[in-house]
Structures are given as structure tokens and as C-alpha cells.
Design a binder for this molecule. Structure first.
Ligand SMILES: Cc1cc2nc3c(=O)[nH]c(=O)nc-3n(C[C@H](O)[C@H](O)[C@H](O)COP(=O)(O)OP(=O)(O)OC[C@H]3O[C@@H](n4cnc5c(N)ncnc54)[C@H](O)[C@@H]3O)c2cc1C
Length: 402
């Protein structure tokens, strides 16, 4: 419980960040109303990687055991470029700390864990609420149907990468990917504790990640992905599966049994965006998660950063109370360094793995890859991937050990 006076708080978006913020703020005694466009909130997408940063917030929420039960431990990121077969990525979390790990999890499992916890708290949920704007002073949401919410002390925009409240123009990245959830393959030859990738220069990437079993009674799952440019998606869909399957198997022959079983409907296309909203706070309106900072999932930080934002905002409200100016400054100070670092790195790394460049992937394969094996590169890379740069947990009073 906080010593701050209870506030009335509206949260737009019952996604990962919105749900975490709702639980944390309700537990502090605030009157929380959660709006989402869906009839019933539902997770969208495939698997994702929870890093030690996001895991620390989930631990603070009391979800550690549940998350562990429905996810898979990831110790390593491993990638080879083809046709040479050269290893160009091999990041081991243990290089930084023996106990450090990530967890591969289905988005639905993470969502269900957060949503069932939210249902145990005193949170009003308002489904079928398509938010189109906010009042200029940030006190109320305006809805697509012309109605508006009551006035609140504070509004949180957790509407994700396409938030209509985030005014900064969104940059559509040329590449996205096709994603599918599949049973973990029985065939030998896949690392069951790693996110594995194969590359053709930087113009093609495919990957496989173990992503837990959302229900302990069901077999473990994997997340398969295949990068594709946004403008090529319609042609891919129209072209039929056979040509793509041949290409996918040529790049990673061991995935033949996976690729041959996939249908067009199973492969969901996700286009990536990059955007950092200049001001996380305007008046009473606070941006959180992808509405503040969206990136390509190249570094696998987005969900983790939304969770960190949620805890930072809870802590900032404890400091600022009704003084939204002080709350805003505290919130920004708690998160801005980490966000800037990872937004910049994500922006820089994306062309290394997803672009038509030729020099950059050559340097990746022939210079960066050998250097990455020489100390102190291994622990630095492990820290980078785990989200530890900028010490985001320390600022929030959390540790990665739980
Ligand atoms: C393919 C893919 C793979 C990814 N892999 C990873 C990974 O491995 N690790 C990682 O950390 N991150 C990953 N991410 C990023 C991660 O999913 C996001 O960063 C994270 O979900 C952001 O959380 P959020 O709460 O900000 O938004 P979201 O989780 O997107 O939630 C937004 C919510 O707002 C609601 N909403 C949206 N617009 C409106 C509206 N106008 N009115 C009302 N409601 C609305 C939506 O229904 C949704 O419930 C991946 C993303 C993609 C696309």
C-alpha cells in the first residue's frame, strides 16, 4: 500500500503494460478503470521472450511460479549464416551470471496470468471501448462512438504501438515477419534452451524459440518465424506455400518437417514499427509501453519494457500523489535512460539482421562475430540482451535474483 492519496485512474489498453499497471495501482488503493476495445480482452500474437527485467516485475506481482510453470528456460541466442554455416551469434546469459536466464512464453500464457490476477483486484473493466482521443488536459478518454469517459485524476495510455493518443509519427519498418505457434518439434537437431536463428546475409532471417506450454496438460510449444518485407506479404500469400516452403527448407533444412506442416492461415504477419514518443507525459496523460516506445522485436525487449514502465509509474505515483507534474518527472527519470539506450540499439541493430545491406552483414559475419567471442564481449552481450544496460531494475528497487 502506498501513503499517496487514492486517485481515480483510467487505463486505456488491457495489454501487457496496461494489465500490470492496473494490478499495481489497484493494490496501492487507487480506483482503477481499464478500457479496451475488445469484448473480452484477448492476447494477440505468438511467443515472446521474457528477460530478467520483465521477470523481476512479474515476480513483484507474485507471478513467478505461474510464469515458470508455463514457459521454457532460455539460456542462449544462437544464429548461423547460410550457406557458409558460420556461427555469427552466440550469446549465453551465463557469461554474465550463472543464474541469468530468459523465458520463452506464449503471449496468451502471459496475458492469462496477468488477466486472472487483475480479476482478483478491485478494477473496473470497460470492454468494447474504442478510444480515439483524450481531452486536451488529459482528464478523460474520448471514444470512437462520440461518447467520453468520466473525468479521472490521471489517464494512462497503454494502447500499444498503434495508440491514437501518441502523436509522434510512427515509422513503419520495411521488414516484419510471419509468426506461427507450433508443437515443439520431436526431431533432434534443435536447441531446446535457445532462440535459434538462420540468416541469408541480412535479407532473410528465420528462427525457432521454445515457448513453454500455456496449459501444463498440453505439450510444449515453439514459436517459428520467417522475416518478410511488408510490401511482399500479399505476393507471398498469393504465391501459395510450395515456393516458400522450398526457400525456407533451403535456408534451414532441419526445419523441413515444421515448414511442410504449416498452412497459410497459421502464419500470422506482424509488421514492425519504430517510434519514441518525445514526451511520456502531457498534463494528466501518461504513455506506457509501446505507446511511448515501440521497436522491432529484434532485441526482444518490448514486453519487458512495458512491465518496467508499469512498475515505474506505480513508484512515481507513490512519490507524486496528486501532483501530476512531480509524478511525471519521477516517471520519466526512472525510465528514460533505459528507454533511450534500447531504442537506439534496436534502431542500430535492426539493419544488421533485417535489410538489403551487404556490407553490414559482411562485417557482422567476419568482424563482429569473431570479436564477440573475445572477453569482455560475452558478458557485455549477455547484459545487452537481458535488458540490463542502464540498470533499469536498480532504479525501481528490484533485482534480477528472484
Ligand atoms: C511479432 C512480435 C514479437 C514480439 N516478441 C517480443 C519478445 O520476444 N519479447 C518482448 O519483450 N517483446 C516482444 N514483442 C513486443 C511486445 O509484444 C510489445 O512490446 C508489448 O506487447 C507492448 O505492450 P503494451 O502493453 O504497450 O501494448 P499491447 O500489449 O500491444 O496492448 C495494447 C492493448 O491496447 C488495446 N487497444 C489498442 N488500441 C486501442 C483503442 N484504440 N481503443 C481501445 N483499446 C485499444 C489492445 O486491444 C491491447 O489490449 C513482440 C512484438 C511482436 C509484434
Amino acid at each position: 500500500m502506498s501513503s499517496a492519496p487514492p486517485l481515480s485512474i483510467a487505463i486505456g489498453g488491457a495489454g501487457i503494460g496496461g494489465l500490470a499497471a492496473a494490478i499495481l495501482l489497484a493494490r496501492d488503493g487507487h480506483k482503477v478503470t481499464l478500457y479496451d476495445r475488445f469484448d473480452q480482452p484477448e492476447p494477440v500474437g505468438s511467443g515472446l521472450m521474457l528477460q530478467s527485467t520483465g521477470l523481476a516485475v512479474l515476480n513483484a506481482l507474485g507471478l513467478s511460479a505461474q510464469i515458470e510453470a508455463c514457459s521454457t528456460r532460455i539460456n542462449r541466442l544462437f544464429g548461423r549464416t547460410q550457406p557458409s554455416g558460420r556461427t555469427v551469434l552466440d550469446v549465453r546469459f551465463a557469461a554474465l551470471k550463472e543464474t541469468l536466464q530468459a523465458r520463452g512464453i506464449q503471449r496468451s500464457a502471459l496475458f492469462n496470468a496477468l488477466f486472472s490476477l487483475a480479476q482478483n483486484e478491485d478494477i473496473s473493466f470497460e470492454p468494447r471501448s474504442e478510444i480515439s482521443n483524450a481531452a486536451p488536459d488529459g482528464g478523460m478518454f474520448l471514444f470512437e462512438n462520440g461518447s467520453n469517459s468520466p473525468e479521472f485524476d490521471l489517464l494512462i495510455d497503454a494502447l500499444g504501438a498503434r495508440s491514437p493518443l501518441s502523436s509522434h509519427p510512427t515509422k513503419e519498418l520495411p521488414f516484419g515477419a510471419l509468426w506461427a505457434t507450433i508443437p515443439w518439434p520431436d526431431e533432434p537437431g534443435f536447441l531446446n534452451d535457445a532462440l535459434e536463428q538462420r540468416y541469408r546475409a541480412a535479407r532473410q532471417m528465420t528462427g525457432l524459440m521454445p515457448s513453454g506450454a500455456p496449459d501444463p496438460a498440453t505439450p510444449p510449444t515453439a514459436t517459428y518465424f520467417w522475416s518478410i518485407e511488408g510490401h511482399a506479404y500479399d505476393a507471398w500469400k498469393a504465391g501459395g506455400l510450395a515456393a516458400w516452403q522450398e526457400d525456407a527448407i533451403a535456408l534451414w533444412p532441419e526445419t523441413a518437417s515444421i515448414v511442410e506442416r504449416l498452412s497459410v492461415d497459421q502464419l500470422i504477419f506482424a509488421r514492425y514499427r519504430h517510434r519514441t514518443h518525445a514526451k511520456p507525459v502531457t498534463g494528466r496523460l501518461f504513455h506506457l509501453g509501446d505507446s511511448w516506445h515501440a521497436t522491432s522485436p529484434q532485441l526482444g525487449q518490448g514486453a519487458n519494457m512495458a512491465l518496467l514502465d508499469a512498475l515505474a509509474l506505480r513508484n512515481a505515483i507513490r512519490v507524486g500523489g496528486r501532483d501530476t507534474g512531480l509524478t511525471g518527472r519521477t516517471y520519466r527519470a526512472l525510465r528514460v535512460t533505459h528507454i533511450r539506450l534500447y531504442q537506439a540499439m534496436s534502431y542500430l541493430f535492426t539493419p544488421v539482421y533485417q535489410s538489403h545491406a551487404t556490407t553490414i552483414p559482411w562485417l557482422r559475419d567476419h568482424l563482429a562475430a569473431p570479436l564477440s567471442r573475445i572477453w569482455p564481449a560475452p558478458p557485455i552481450l549477455a547484459a545487452l540482451v537481458s535488458g540490463a544496460f542502464g540498470s533499469p531494475l536498480k532504479k525501481l528497487g528490484l533485482t534480477a535474483d528472484h
